[in-house]
Design a protein around this ligand. Structure first.
Ligand SMILES: C[S@@+](CC[C@H](N)C(=O)[O-])C[C@H]1O[C@@H](n2cnc3c(N)ncnc32)[C@H](O)[C@@H]1O
Length: 255
């Protein structure tokens, strides 16, 4: 029997959004699907349908990349889901440092949603939330390979998707990759336990000056992320930088 997958949709989590904003975005979706722009032109003109919120995300990822790119090391994303950030990191590498094949991009996710939720997280979140369609990581692999083909040195695959509960896979990954230096770690698990365990696990691998980003810092919906930060790194040991582009996201420079 096929495994039952809980594919959480944007509508399920739309409590985050102002309802009129959400409806306006649906309006843009309808306009995009209306087919006024021919298929091939659609990708060239994707900005037509890019709302402020999504554009802000892109600009924020660019800010993180620029803060990190003078350092040697890899980019780790914790909580990948559909993988937009991995795509953006790949494109930014193609823009800023196309010949830096040493900069690898590593993404951790179950691609089955939350494997568990801790008592340090809000009660409303459940195991399986943020699920994606079964086998999605294979589709994402193809998307990222396609992006890599559009930059130099495409015969070397420069990304790794690590599937499974990251509280376990991070330790296996690092044990098997003792060459690792991390220049940018982006935390978007949203919840306490994997944020805590992965932060702790990567400490010996961080470059001085590494950027550690948090998607939901100081955010009441997601107290676990900040609690993990406080416990592992200490809130008063770092300035938490607030980006102009995002209200909830922030980052520290690990010095
Ligand atoms: C908010 S989503 C990530 C969103 C993504 N970064 C983006 O920008 O679209 C949170 C992700 O964390 C993953 N996740 C949460 N706990 C995890 C764990 N212990 N191990 C692996 N993945 C986990 C979920 O499967 C989910 O895909």
């Amino acid at each position: 029997m096929a495994k039952k997958i809980n594919v959480t949709s944007e509508a399920d989590i739309s409590t985050f959004y102002n309802p009129s904003d959400f409806n306006n975005r649906l309006g843009l979706l309808e306009l995009m699907k209306a087919g006024a722009v021919p298929d091939l032109e659609l990708m060239n003109n994707i900005g037509l349908f890019l709302d402020r919120r999504i554009l802000s995300r892109f600009l924020f990822v660019n800010e993180l990349y620029q803060k990190m790119m003078h350092l040697h090391g890899n980019i780790f994303e914790f909580g990948v889901r559909y993988g937009q950030n991995l795509s953006l990191f790949t494109s930014l590498r193609g823009i800023y440092e196309p010949y830096n094949y040493n900069r690898r991009i590593v993404g951790f996710d179950t691609w089955e949603g939350f494997p568990a939720v801790h008592s340090n997280d809000k009660e409303k979140w459940k195991k399986g939330d943020f699920g994606v369609p079964e086998g999605y990581e294979k589709f994402l692999t193809n998307v990222l390979l396609q992006h890599e083909k559009m930059a130099p040195i495409d015969h070397i695959q420069k990304f790794t998707l690590v599937k499974g509960d990251a509280t376990k896979t991070i330790k296996e990954y690092l044990a098997n990759h003792q060459e690792t230096i991390i220049s940018l770690a982006y935390f978007d698990f949203d919840i306490y336990k994997p944020t805590h365990d992965c932060l702790e696990a990567i400490l010996p691998y961080l470059s001085k000056g590494a950027v550690i980003g948090f998607d939901e810092i100081n955010t009441p919906e997601w107290p676990g992320e900040t609690k993990a930060f406080r416990e592992v790194l200490g809130t008063n040991n770092f300035s938490v930088v607030h980006s102009t582009y995002r209200a909830n996201a922030g980052y520290i420079i690990y010095e």
